[in-house]
Design a binder for this molecule. Sequence first.
Ligand code: SF4
Length: 709
Amino acid sequence: ELALTVPPVRTTCPYCGVGCGVLAAPDGKGGTRISGDPDHPANFGRLCSKGSALGETLSFDGRLHHPMIRGADGRMAQASWSAALDRVADGFRETLERHGPDSVAFYVSGQLLTEDYYVANKLMKGFLGSANIDTNSRLCMASSVAGHKRAFGADVVPGCYEDLDSADLLVLTGSNAAWCHPILHQRMVKNRNERGARIVVIDPRRTTTAEDADLVLQIAPGTDSVLFSGLLVYLADNGVVDTAYIENRTDGYAEALARARAIAPTVPAVARACDLDVQDVAAFFDLFRVTEKAVTLYSQGVNQAAQGTDKVNAIINCHLATGRIGKEGMGPFSLTGQPNAMGGREVGGLANQLAAHMDFAPAEIDRVRRFWKAPSMATRPGLKAVDLFDAVQDGRIKALWVMATNPVVSLPRADRIKAALKELDVFVLSEAVASNDTLDARPDVLLPAATWGEKDGTVTNSERRISRQRAFLVPPAEAKPDWWIICEVAKRLGYKDAFGFRSPCEIFREHAALSTFENDGGRDFDIGGLSTLSPFDYEELAPVQWPVRAESAKGQSRVFADGRFDTPDGRGRFVAVEQPRPAARSMGAFPYRLNTGRVRDHWHTMTRTGKSPRLSSHIDEPFVEVSRGDAVAADLSEGGLARVTSKHGSAVMRVRVSEGQRRSELFAPIHWNAQTASSARVGAVSHAYCDPYSGQPDMKATPVRLEPV
Ligand code: SF4
């Protein structure tokens, strides 16, 4: 490894959506000292276990070093970049000519930098003529996106991390923040210890996050929208709603309240539906009633659900009803899972969006087309992740390019994904590593990608803060940044001018210019203040929260403070949420419900964290968490092996008997895969029911059976 720079380089952690600032100091001998950036407003110098172990994960062992092409004999062989890029361009061109634009697709990732994402989206939606580009952020944040758009008219997180310091009540629902967003959780606990803020945790599992809570509601899975509907009724009946705000700034309150009354009329009814103690429900409602400065944080437990979008809106309804949005210490707060899930949303990485938060409305399609001078603009939404892979399986999609993600582990019904990929005419994979489960699905072309520490660009964290990721290492062998790879393919397809970018800075400027193009202030995502950055300014760019309009280049910590939303009439929208219903009942041959999630010290499919012995020592093998009663009933004991089986597949895991697990509920982590534990791929077990608004799969409630091995 060659060190590019000896003094510490300011960059951003590649793991969760907290987006902590990192100082990386290569020692010139192959090592890198990692510390928290004391000046970064997301973390002020602190790092969690994953962030602080980044230096242990930078070796080039196991990396993909060269482009590879599958030959006529079926074997992969090293190829030049030129030959590999020609093969990709030829494959997509021929597929488009024979089968039309909807026969091609990209599946990308919240691990990509905004600049990578921008050119991928531009190529697919403006030049290949399809909107079939979706991202693994669909598995993570899509319900929050849909909920935000229904309520606010735009995908906007209204608040900022400072609100977690000044709130007097912090409600965490569907979030094990102590493990999944540790630096933010520490911030909340500090507020509790120093200012006396109260913490309420709502989760079917009693997780580590519950240890620092004042009140824990171990709720029946899938019933969060009943709980928050009950809260709306309680606030209305106790005269806490802000009637002037509701009257002047919102629409839909009466309908939403009537529906909430039908679902959750009284505290005892809520307690029954959510399987909670009446006193606990009443205590939570009362805390929310008397505490004006309240933030409600939510993550995958809310989003990854058959009614994920309704859950988000049930939460937002309570904040709208009390006017607690956009003000210091108040608001609904979606915790982003991935480091750049929000940046991906900004450039249109979801199949149902255009770039710069524009939609598939005729005027917006036309605006983007003119800005890009696009010859073949997509005119309708593309396929969302689960549908996209269904289309791969049934042959509608014939050419697919997967970038920076491992769908054979992470998508639900993962065995089916693997089988589907083998049917493609053209399967291209951009990867940093030389071995993973998706590589086993026989790509035709493998493109070695640069990864964290080796490439430049930007990411956006959960509080809308754009931060720089900066390179401090030379990529191994022939690995290249994703933006470069995408642009080279685009040029070979004949789009030299539109993809003639020479640096991430040039891409970022175009992205910023599009956000402000014909934007009279009515579009939420506007970073026009960054559209003229010089290469030096871009290099020096300090973390900043969008919107960054041309006239106020400092950014904005909170939005909607004036009670004006991004809907056409500027009014917020209450949403009348539906009675929740399970996507699939746990009964008969599959009597248990499998919940999935993360552990503290691993990330996604472990390609990076698996390199650190320190991180692996926290939990070193896949497990299934089982309540004591269920362990006895299923003849399982602590430390034994169990097989978890659904209609779609099975996985074998170590049994952990847990007092924090509800009866008939199981929990298993998502990280392990065929490379790390041959038969513990939880994605193979998960069903693929999706929320009807967001298309996000419900990976928290797969009916399964459980048996000793
Ligand atoms: Fe990285 Fe998230 Fe840990 Fe911060 S909290 S160091 S962003 S993993």
